[in-house]
Design a protein. Structure first.
Length: 332
């Protein structure tokens, strides 16, 4: 029997888990016909509700349930990484607990990896039905900008929900950067990926944890992590405005020689000053983003810290920096 690991990042999913677990359990039974055994790894990302309690209730009735509970909220990216480190399967899936990632796709994903020459089966939404229009608009803009800015292909509508073979999982675990943008990492490591398309599904229970502000900052992280184009843009802007300033200086000099009137209006001068100051601050902000990411990386802090877990003998003392070594993993 082959082992398939299902990683489920959870943050305040107390209401969703009782709906998610029966669905994924039924899928596991269906896949036994393909000689697949499952383990379910729930990563509690410092939830403030009874998410951890619900997971422990599931554990009491099913020894396939594993859990890793963080000491505080570290974010979904850290939760996915922790799940990948804990996973023992030859095939590993990542999916959300809100049932927006259909568990019914897993048997087809397994079939594709068994019968077709792919290392990963990903999922992408072809519609954004049910989402706020402004959020959908900005999401589409983000993917268009990323395709133009980055050499790493970010597929429009791609979800974190995917099933991967062990070599791809090991490659991802080797990328131990603190500032993580998994959609870019999945693409950057390469491997052959097939995409399954489906229409957007609304949450089964609970509320989304991704506000517009969080999504905006997450998109900025993605741009900074997988493209240096913003730095090039700021350099080009600086060069362009240097040229404009040089031309303006010539115009003022000529006006003084011919008409002896080089003084323009105060209002127009203030507008120009404010505009150029804004451009300068914008470029400094871009530099600041790259500098701040570098600052966080050189600190070499752990990606996450575990509060409690039933994965590994010393799970309570494991952090994201040393978890793979403590659990016998290869990627340190």
């Amino acid at each position: 029997m082959r082992l398939v690991s299902i990683i489920v990042p959870c943050y305040n999913e107390e209401k969703a888990l009782p709906l998610f677990y029966p669905a994924i359990r039924d899928v596991a039974e269906e896949c036994r016909a393909r000689d697949c055994e499952f383990e379910f790894i729930f990563v509690d990302d410092g939830s403030s509700d009874n998410t951890l309690g619900v997971i422990k209730e599931l554990l009491a009735g099913d020894d396939r349930v594993k859990y890793v509970s963080f000491s505080r909220n570290f974010g979904k990216e850290a939760a996915m990484f922790a799940g990948l480190e804990a996973a023992r399967g030859s095939m590993v899936a990542i999916m959300d607990a809100d049932l927006q990632d259909p568990p019914s796709l897993i048997p087809e994903m397994i079939r594709i990896l068994d019968e077709e020459p792919y290392d990963c089966v990903g999922s992408r939404r072809v519609t954004r039905k049910g989402e706020p229009k402004i959020r959908s608009l900005f999401a589409r803009m983000f993917y268009k900008i990323m395709r133009k800015m980055s050499k790493t292909e970010i597929v429009d509508g791609a979800r974190d929900f995917r099933l991967m073979k062990r070599p791809m999982v090991d490659a991802i675990l080797n990328m131990r950067e603190y500032n993580r943008f998994s959609k870019g990492i999945f693409s950057w490591v390469g491997f052959r990926t097939k995409w399954l398309e489906y229409e957007n599904i609304e949450r089964a229970a609970g509320e989304t944890k991704w506000s517009f502000r969080k999504l905006l900052f997450y998109s900025i992280d993605g741009m900074v992590a997988f493209s240096t184009t913003p730095l090039a843009v700021s350099s080009v802007l600086g060069l362009v405005f240097c040229l404009i300033s040089f031309i303006a200086l010539i115009i003022v000099f000529v006006r003084q020689l011919i008409w002896h009137n080089s003084v323009g209006g105060w209002a127009s001068a203030m507008c120009i000053i404010f505009f150029l100051s804004g451009i300068q601050l914008f470029c400094i902000g871009i530099l600041g983003q790259y500098l701040s990411k570098t600052y966080m990386e050189v600190k070499k802090r752990p990606i996450y810290v575990v509060g409690e877990s039933n994965v590994g003998e010393q799970a309570g003392n494991i952090s994201g920096e040393h978890a793979s070594a403590e659990r016998g993993g290869k990627n340190v």
